[in-house]
Design a binder for this molecule. Structure first.
Ligand code: G1P
Length: 293
């Protein structure tokens, strides 16, 4: 059965981006012409996803509004002769169903994913973290590749990985591969945010996962781990320890990961997308050059 459901956790408070995120979800911050989470949803739609379940939290209603069909805005644009702008709202009319549920207690990413269990049932599904874009301007098909590997290998989990600098391993789930890792590899172990000394590699989880239903069984008994939170990484480690098929798919060269969770990477991301804007990119580049000279 084709995978058509993505769970998109968006419950995190985004405290590293205060005051920007006081009343606005970090997933709604602009990156180029679209909010972060629209880039994520469009990547899902390109991968064959037709149902999106957001795991939301307090102060996240802007996300629901964004994906709603705004009939009033549409007729306003028609009546005021701005029909050309309707193209900017085309994403509203994609053939996608949106669902929302609240993570009512902030118990970690593993718990957020577990909140999806009643809706997901026994279907395989994608998890796409709502604060991370993969690939500049719709260029990535990593989720499609992951779904293909999941089906081909009869896997229990397939996870996206990207090599990071040694000093960054403390921010990510880090994998140890069976043998030398190729573009696709089997996991021997995974550990959440290890110290540099303890990191088995520099292969870091890159915000995309495909799971079969066993992940829920495992999450139900996963104890709080790093930071006192129920970690998705710990549940994946339990799948590996039980001999289940857990595989990694590496992001290709040039398939960048844009994490919006902190100012440094948010600024860089915004700049890169602004420079790539089909209409204004050239002007931004010229202005930037003048500033730097
Ligand atoms: C989460 C996961 C971590 C993963 C990261 C980026 O961490 O716990 O394993 O590497 O997302 O995909 P967070 O960024 O929520 O702290």
């Amino acid at each position: 059965m084709p995978i058509d459901l993505a769970v998109v956790p968006v419950a995190g408070r985004g405290t590293r981006l205060l005051p920007l995120t006081k009343s606005q979800p970090k997933e709604m911050l602009p990156v180029g012409r679209r909010p972060v989470v629209q880039h994520v949803v469009e990547e899902m739609v390109r991968s064959g996803v037709r149902r999106i379940l957001f795991i939301t939290g307090a102060a996240k209603s802007a996300i629901e509004n964004h994906f709603d069909i705004d009939a009033e805005l549409i007729s306003h644009l028609r009546e005021s002769g701005k029909e050309d702008l309707l193209a900017e709202l085309a994403f509203e009319r994609e053939n996608v169903d949106y669902y929302f549920t609240r993570q009512r207690r902030q118990l970690g990413l593993g718990h957020a994913v577990l909140c999806a269990a009643p809706m997901v049932g026994d279907d395989p599904f994608v998890v796409a973290l709502g604060d991370t874009i993969i690939g500049l301007n719709d260029s990535s098909d990593v989720t499609r590749r992951m779904i293909d590997e999941f089906d081909r290998r009869g896997a229990d989990a397939v996870i996206a990985f990207q090599e990071v600098a040694a000093e960054d391993v403390v921010h990510y789930g880090i994998a140890e591969s069976e043998g030398k890792p190729g573009d696709v590899f089997r996991l021997k172990r995974i550990v959440e945010k290890p110290a540099i000394k303890e990191a088995p590699s520099r292969l870091a989880v890159a915000a995309r996962y495909v799971f079969g239903p066993r992940i829920f069984e495992t999450l139900r008994t996963t104890q709080a781990g790093k930071g006192g939170e129920i970690q998705l990484t710990d549940a994946i480690e339990q799948l590996i320890a039980a001999g289940r098929g857990v595989y990694g798919v590496r992001l290709a060269a040039g398939e960048s990961r844009y994490d919006i969770g902190n100012y440094e990477s948010y600024y860089r991301t915004f700049l890169e997308f602004a420079l790539a804007d089909p209409q204004y990119g050239g002007e931004v580049r010229a202005a930037l050059k003048r500033m730097l000279d």
